[in-house]
Design a protein around this ligand. Structure first.
Ligand code: G4P
Length: 279
């Protein structure tokens, strides 16, 4: 799913977020483990102030483990509870339940002091498009969970998923708009496929990706596509086209096809675990 973001979209997403924010005690923020900062919208700190916060490094299966660990420490040092997740496989959900409980502890204590017992903590999942919000909600909620609807004390029109006695989750995630004032951030978002054609065309994007791989993971492309040195990125793209038989009209090399193939291979994890942003 690709999004073209215009100011109108952003204003709408922001308004929805502000409304939903009023309903919850806890914000579960999903970021992409391959680009944990670039896939965050820093405005969430302002929008979610006074709320309990958890950061989840989703798609951790696609990022390098040592960097996942480093990023968890990064967020923890900044006062967030942070966990890595693979929502597609559904792993780590027990740990997440525990972290949610921990994040909500202060609210539960506060309620108890005021004599309010057994009021569930309300939580909401937020993140930029394609980060895995729906996949995560399905994985966390599973099939057994009961949905609660328009009943007293439950906001009209909103569906809540009861995760356990203590926590209810808003069943529609909050969409954060990607923020890419910085060209590097935009590039990273384009590499993972979160924004389309807003930064560069596919071939230029693939060349930028080859440059990054040359610096950080040069062996990977050499092995996968049997290419030589990566210092001339367009030359490498031509080599990939040649070795993968990406051709147009007769024998002309189709660099567009090769670029799409390379980016798809990366996005689907076929190049192995790659972290694009390091702390
Ligand atoms: P969104 O609600 O935030 O927009 O994201 P969504 O859940 O639709 O997920 C976007 C894509 O990311 C989906 O792939 C989904 O399967 C994939 N995904 C989500 N979480 C993970 C994860 O932890 N690891 C990996 N590897 N992938 C994840 P898709 O190609 O759009 O769909 P599908 O072909 O997988 O069904």
């Amino acid at each position: 799913m690709h999004f073209q973001w215009y100011p109108g979209h952003m204003t709408k997403a922001k308004r929805m977020m502000q409304e939903n924010m009023k309903l919850v005690d806890l914000v579960i923020e999903l970021v992409d483990a391959r680009i944990p900062l670039s896939s965050r919208n820093p405005d969430i700190d302002e929008l979610g102030k006074n709320k309990a916060r958890v950061v989840l490094l989703n798609k951790a299966d696609l990022a390098e483990e040592r960097w996942n660990e480093a990023w968890i420490r990064y967020f923890e040092e900044r006062g967030f509870l942070a966990v890595k997740v693979n929502s597609k496989k559904g792993s780590g959900m027990k740990e997440i339940q525990a972290v949610i409980g921990k994040a909500c502890k202060a609210k539960i204590e506060r309620d108890r002091r005021r004599g309010i017992l057994n009021r569930p903590v309300r939580a909401m999942v937020v993140g930029i498009p394609n980060v895995g919000k729906s996949t995560f909600i399905n994985a966390l909620a599973g099939k057994a969970c009961a949905k609660t609807g328009n009943k007293p004390g439950v906001t009209k029109g909103k569906q809540w998923i009861r995760l356990n006695k203590q926590v209810e989750l808003l069943d529609t995630p909050g969409i954060l708009w990607p923020k890419f004032e910085d060209q590097k951030v935009g590039l990273r978002l384009a590499f993972i496929g979160s924004i389309k054609d807003e930064i560069l065309n596919t071939e230029e994007l693939a060349c930028e990706f080859i440059k990054y791989m040359d610096q950080e993971y040069d062996g990977v492309l050499k092995e996968k596509y049997h290419v030589e040195a990566l210092d001339d990125s367009y030359g490498t793209l031509l080599d990939i086209a040649r070795n993968r038989h990406c051709l147009v009209r007769g024998n002309e090399l189709d660099t567009g096809k090769a670029a799409a193939l390379l980016l798809d291979d990366f996005r689907n994890g076929k190049l192995g675990r790659i972290t694009l942003e390091k702390c």
